[in-house]
Design a protein around this ligand. Structure first.
Ligand code: PLP
Length: 274
């Protein structure tokens, strides 16, 4: 239906409690990027918070394809949100709730981000999030505050820290490349979202014989890295040229980033379009 006609009840628990999960999938030249993995992560997020998945993966896929076709969406994003449903406002909820599903397209061409060419300036700040960052929860207040702080400082992204180490970006996975060429990114745990773009980038890096080390890395290590970059479905991959006012590497996209980005885009274009 037209976006202006779409409504949700005020008593929806997604609205009142942030009681829901979401997914964001990129559409590039009509191709749904890493779609099966996004739908699998949605299923996992739903299971982790005890909402039954309203559709099997094939039906999700068909609905997504319908959104792509009916909106002539060649380049942009598909947003999916599933909340627990509508009930009297109380923390405890009835067992028989019908989940609310909201899906819409966004028409921002992810692959035309000027930051891919220029590199991004980013800042670090403390990670204020809860203890289950592996669930793609719609409760995003800590990230909203981090993004606002970054925007006020004129920065493209915020990398969040727990103690000395970087967890991840406010809406992205964080990586550094050491002076001897190893790609470092934090290993999966409850402290970070298992990025779908991360999964593909690490596969591509492995196929190219690049050295990958999954471990926490410190802010100090990031400041002295040869390269740094971040990934997400909505940005693909963005090189970092400055962290907290310290120049990183040569101040332009580095060779490891460029190799991975090119290979990622080649892999996307090899997918069949909807
Ligand atoms: N980490 C966080 C906190 C995110 O919000 C996101 C994406 O929005 C990512 C990582 C990257 O995940 P993906 O590559 O699946 O988009």
């Amino acid at each position: 239906m037209p976006l202006a006609d779409a409504t949700i009840p005020v008593m929806d628990r997604g609205f009142l409690f942030g009681d829901g999960v979401y997914e964001v999938t990129a559409v590039i030249e009509g191709r749904l990027v890493d779609d099966a993995a996004h739908l699998a992560r949605l299923d996992r997020s739903l299971r982790e918070i005890g909402i039954s998945n309203p559709f099997p993966a094939d039906d999700w896929r068909r609905i997504e394809e319908g959104i792509v076709r009916r909106n002539a969406l060649r380049n942009g994003l598909i947003y999916i949100q599933v909340s627990r449903g509508v009930a009297e406002r109380a923390f405890k909820y009835p067992d028989d709730l019908q989940p609310t599903v909201v899906m819409f397209p966004q028409f921002s061409p992810v692959q035309d981000n000027p930051l891919t060419r220029t590199g991004a300036r980013i800042m670090t700040l403390p990670d204020l999030r809860w203890a289950r960052c592996d669930i793609k929860s719609t409760s995003l207040l800590a990230q909203v505050l981090a993004k606002r702080a970054a925007a006020e400082a004129g920065m493209a992204e915020a990398w969040m820290t727990r103690g000395d180490t970087i967890t991840e970006g406010a809406s992205s996975t964080a990586y550094i490349v050491t002076q001897d060429g190893a790609i470092i990114t934090r290993s999966l745990s409850h402290e970070i979202l298992p990025g779908i773009t991360r999964r593909t980038i690490l596969r591509i890096a492995g196929e190219r014989g690049l050295r990958i080390v999954e471990r926490p890395f410190t802010r100090d290590e990031a400041l002295t890295a040869a390269e740094a970059f971040y990934t997400s479905a909505s940005t693909i991959a963005i090189p970092v040229v400055d962290i907290d006012g310290h120049a990183i590497g040569p101040g332009r996209p580095g060779p490891v980033f460029t190799q991975l980005y090119t290979a990622y885009m080649d892999a996307v274009m090899a997918l069949t379009d909807v």
